[in-house]
Design a protein around this ligand. Structure first.
Ligand code: MF3
Ligand code: CO
Length: 294
């Protein structure tokens, strides 16, 4: 088969662990994947497909992940420092039997990313970064619970923000919704990125090309890479069971970025313009998608 993994006999147990016979389980889906592969399509290995027990695990992780973001939403306001948010995250997760996926990931030194105004992503929590009226901030939370990863992020507007900032935040949110609407089983991943990109471009904004979404489940960042400057009809096939994030970084100005050389992590817009990001995690289903974390 296309992924060089074994194919069970029709009356043997399915490879997915469901306990069902192969012919009553993944046989039809596997045949479709093989057919598309033979036609030159990009088909990801079946090992990436999430089974019902995996989805349950991800949902339990996501309950903690979204619980943290809800908590942040209820308490964030002018005068709060981003290190306060880091503390809320650690307290909340430990009280819910979960840990941050960010902490120590490739050496990342905090439990959450807090990205204010022109910070595109990977903003460090900082005692001195005190939120002010008019700021926009992305709080990006990733959780591990019982071996399963969840990942979502939200924007928060502090007090009265300018109409320009509000529009950036809203357009980015709309772009994620357009991306979700483009998730079709047996469609292409590039349709999702193209839909996201179009919404940002129509509003006069730009999308960061260097970062994107990712597969997720038993690992933090699995295949596929999800570009938000992609072309329709390109990229991997959206097979039911594929789990990934939609998380565009939309810049008010030009798409260029700069990574802070003093720490190698904090990403800012090169032109100093504002940047927004929302992130959701989903699984492709037979009929569309199911949101897992938002
Ligand atoms: N949460 C980010 C994502 O959406 C990844 C952050 S990695 C970290 O994929 F190390 F900076 F936390
Ligand atoms: Co992510």
């Amino acid at each position: 088969m296309f992924d060089n993994e074994p194919v069970p006999g029709r009356n043997d147990a399915c490879w997915c662990g469901s306990g069902k016979k192969y012919k009553k389980c993944h046989e039809a889906s596997d045949q479709k994947m093989e057919y598309l592969y033979d036609r030159g399509e990009e088909v990801l290995p079946r090992s990436l497909l999430k089974q019902p027990k995996d989805i349950e695990g991800i949902k339990a992780s996501a309950a903690a992940n979204m619980g943290v973001l809800d908590y942040v939403g209820e308490h964030i306001q002018a005068g709060v420092s981003t290190m306060d948010i880091n503390r809320w995250v650690e307290d909340y997760l430990s009280a819910h039997g979960a840990v941050s996926a960010d902490l120590n990931f490739e050496g990342y030194p905090y439990s959450v990313c807090t990205s204010i105004n022109d910070v595109v992503c990977h903003g460090f929590p900082d005692e001195k970064a005190v939120l002010q009226d008019g700021d926009i901030i992305n709080v990006d939370m990733s959780t591990i619970k019982d071996g399963y990863f969840s990942d979502s992020s939200r924007m928060f507007c502090i007090g009265e923000v300018s109409p320009e900032r509000k529009r950036l935040v809203d357009v980015c949110h709309e772009s994620v919704k357009a991306g979700l609407a483009a998730v079709k089983p047996w469609g292409h991943l590039g349709d999702v990125g193209a839909a996201v990109h179009q919404v940002a471009l129509d509003a006069g904004f730009s999308v960061v090309a260097e970062y994107g979404g990712h597969g997720i489940g038993k690992e933090f960042h699995e295949d596929p890479f999800v570009s938000f400057v992609a072309e329709e009809g390109t990229g991997p096939i959206l097979v039911p069971g594929l789990c990934f994030t939609i998380e565009p970084m939309v810049n008010a100005g030009k798409p260029g970025i700069r990574i802070d050389r003093s720490n190698g992590w904090i990403v800012r817009t090169a032109d100093g313009s504002d940047s927004a990001q929302w992130e959701v995690q989903l699984v492709v289903t037979e009929t569309g998608y199911e949101l897992l974390s938002w």
